[in-house]
Design a protein around this ligand. Structure first.
Ligand code: MLT
Length: 267
């Protein structure tokens, strides 16, 4: 069911799927600059087994795009306010890429709300000076010419080479998500990403069950990043998905969802 409300001063849109109390509550947090529709395969597969809350982050999809920059802590505060609104004390937090960066802010600011953590195709480190400059350049270009200019800059590296060559449907879907992100949201997020802190020191403080997933061919956050997360989070489980790129959940949905399901069943 599609819902919307003003929480933490911003109008958010989200989907709620499944029955509350039937299985764990799972919060699915999308990457940059995408939207909640990227979770469609997992929502379809897990609807009978979990209670799913799937938001569009501020500045993305159908949610409001106030002026930025949006810090990862702002996104985390929005999500905590959404959980308050839904009267959900604790969730399993699943974030892909930027969703994972937001997961670290969530761990920092509201650790008591976590029942478990799923970190997919993400990393703990901050941006390099070069990456920060590229974010600012992207933000400026989008403000000048619209979000479509971000498609060719960002989309190629989101997927594995085989996906790029053989999945025009998926490439079109990713292009539509990027182009459909409002320029203010895309620019505000790019600038917030550049400001995000290094979360490496936080890893040893994560005590909830944690699953780390990564596509074996992820070019943005490669398996070496996932191994660093695994080494830093005591008791975590690492799954490397063969043939997957950065958007492993869309490129190999069956393997990705199976790993999620196995993790949720063990909680
Ligand atoms: C994402 O998928 O969320 C982005 O690739 C993250 C990033 O740009 O660092």
């Amino acid at each position: 069911m599609r819902r919307d409300a003003r929480v933490n001063g911003v109008r958010l849109v989200w989907d709620e799927v499944g029955e509350r109390g039937r299985g764990p509550a799972l919060l699915l947090v999308h990457g940059f600059p995408l939207n909640r529709s990227m979770w469609a395969p997992q929502v379809a597969a897990l609807a009978g087994e979990a209670y799913l809350v799937v938001p569009d982050l501020r500045g993305h999809g159908e949610s409001e795009a106030p002026s930025g920059p949006y810090r990862m802590a702002d996104f985390a505060a929005d999500l905590a306010a959404l959980l308050d609104y839904l009267e959900l004390p604790r969730v399993v937090f699943c974030g892909l890429s930027m969703g994972g960066y937001i997961g670290f802010a969530f761990v920092r600011d509201c650790p008591d709300r976590l029942q478990g953590l799923i970190l997919a195709d993400t990393r703990a480190g901050a941006d390099t000076a070069e990456q920060r400059a590229a974010r600012e350049e992207l933000a400026t270009a989008v403000e000048r010419a619209g979000s479509a200019v971000a498609v060719e800059r960002l989309r190629p590296r989101l997927v594995a080479p085989a996906t790029r060559a053989q999945r025009p449907d998926l490439m079109a879907r990713l292009g539509a998500m990027i182009a459909g992100t409002p320029p203010a949201g895309l620019a505000g997020t790019a600038r917030g990403l550049a400001q995000r802190p290094d979360s490496t020191a936080l890893l040893s403080q994560i005590t909830v069950p944690t699953l780390i997933l990564v596509g074996a061919e992820d070019e943005i956050t490669p398996p070496a990043d996932a191994e660093r997360l695994h080494a830093g989070i005591a008791g975590s489980t690492l799954r490397v998905l063969a043939g997957g790129g950065h958007m492993a959940n869309l490129e190999h949905p069956e393997a990705f969802t199976a790993a999620l399901r196995a993790f949720l069943q063990r909680l």
